[in-house]
Design a protein around this ligand. Structure first.
Ligand code: GLU
Length: 418
């Protein structure tokens, strides 16, 4: 298997914590594979185009701690291995942030930029039709992920409600506020990442967040909200990028504001065109001379090939799976701290949980209440992972996965899975 096969990497991570666990081997074996892997074929008559059949996936890894929970990703290269890995990571993520959910993930192999909005709506509805009996507020709850957003979740909610014959907001999270979406959900993942940066800088670099330089790869929902929150905290975000390229400030203090970055995307199509800065590639961004690197794009960005060229002392993983297990070894030997994805980006699913609770109670919380709870939960989880890593003398990823697996297995054992 290549270094970049996501599911092999997820399994390698699970194997790397085996010696830290005191769990029965049968539970360990069960966790290696998802409980259910669904592949659905989605024939769509594209408006003004040819009839096309798309392939969709929903992988449900584990539901010992609560209903399956995970996002839905639209990408031309989405495949089963990737969705399986992402589903397993969701199980660890919901356990580490300690919310009563299991883990799942969905995907459709499609390039959404090639479809009209109407066609995307039809495709999303077809996906719900195909999986109607496999998702639901008590079964498996969807959310936005790469290339899906609040609008996608609105379509999911509407289609599911139509099929069921009653309004059912809790089938998806990350919805528009007007349809039962939570205040603070769209910024939540980035906000949680920024909190982890702040806490990790304090703990490992013995600095304040205002004293560090940061490079952020990716300027989608997660990347842009991370940049915005970090700037609000006073951090110096000196390098940014998106799929089309990046920009690096020429001095140690960037001459751009968050508004300048947004304007570059809007007017010139890429954050890399912000101006007053040096244009760089994504590869160069990862190797920037900064204190903190935040990969906020896709998997397998930091590999055995480039890990030794990473100059940041701290990596905070906003994306899922940006660092391969081979790269982890290189970084660990080089003394680079890595705050793992399942902790660093768990603010998103945490506020999804808050949204689900609000929906079930027909309630709506103010933004301050959401952000206050987010802050408390993130800090608690961060401290638990760090303390456990000290106790076991292991890196933060192994610490987080071991803690998460232990919580999942405890639930399996008490409820009698075997
Ligand atoms: N897709 C996001 C993630 O990977 C959010 C999942 C959710 O809110 O359910 O964590």
């Amino acid at each position: 298997m290549s270094e970049e096969d996501p599911f092999s990497n997820a399994l390698a991570q699970l194997a790397s914590v085996a010696d830290l666990l005191t769990i029965e081997p049968e539970y360990y074996e069960t966790l290696k594979n998802p409980r259910r892997e669904l592949t659905v074929s989605l024939p769509v008559k594209l408006i003004g185009g040819n009839p096309t059949t798309f392939v969709g996936y929903r992988v449900q890894h584990n539901n010992a701690r609560g209903p399956y929970k995970g996002g839905l990703r639209y990408h031309p290269r989405v495949g089963l291995s990737e969705v399986k890995a992402l589903a397993m990571w969701m199980t660890w993520k919901t356990a580490i942030i300690d919310i009563p959910f299991g883990g799942s993930k969905g995907g459709i192999t499609v390039d959404p930029t090639k479809l009209t909005r109407d066609d995307l709506e039809i495709l999303t509805r077809k996906y719900v039709d195909a999986l109607e009996r496999d998702i639901g507020p008590d079964v498996d709850i969807t959310a936005p992920d790469v290339n899906t957003n609040a609008q996608t979740m609105a379509w999911i909610m509407n289609e599911y409600s139509r099929l069921r014959g009653h309004n059912e907001p809790a089938v998806s999270t990350g919805k528009p506020i007007e349809l039962g979406g939570s205040e603070g959900r769209s910024a939540a993942t980035g906000r949680g990442v920024a909190i982890c940066v702040r806490e990790a800088v304090k703990r490992f670099l013995k600095k304040g967040v205002k004293d560090v330089t940061v490079a952020v790869q990716g300027f989608g929902n997660v990347g842009s909200n991370t940049v915005s929150c970090l700037m609000d905290m006073g951090a110096k975000v000196v390098a940014v990028s998106d799929v089309l390229g990046g920009a690096r400030a020429t001095g140690r203090t960037p001459g751009w504001s968050f508004g300048d970055l947004q304007a570059a995307v809007k007017k010139r199509g890429s954050v890399g065109k912000v101006g007053g800065a040096e244009e760089i590639s994504n590869e160069e961004l990862l190797e920037s001379e900064v204190d903190v690197l935040v990969p906020a794009a896709l998997e397998n960005q930091i590999t055995e090939a480039n890990a030794k060229r990473v100059r940041a002392r701290l990596i905070v993983e906003a994306a899922n799976g940006p660092t391969t297990p081979h790269a982890d070894h290189v970084l660990d030997r080089g003394g680079v701290y890595v705050v793992p994805d399942i902790l660093a980006n768990s603010g998103g699913v945490l506020v999804s949980y808050f949204e689900w609770v609000q929906n079930l109670n027909r309630d709506h919380w103010p933004e301050e209440a959401v952000n206050e709870r987010l802050e408390l939960k993130m800090k608690k989880a961060f401290n638990e992972v760090v303390d456990h890593s000290v106790k076991e003398s292991v890196d933060l990823r192994r610490s987080a996965i071991a803690l998460a697996v232990d919580r999942v297995v405890t639930a399996m054992r008490i409820s009698g899975w075997h």
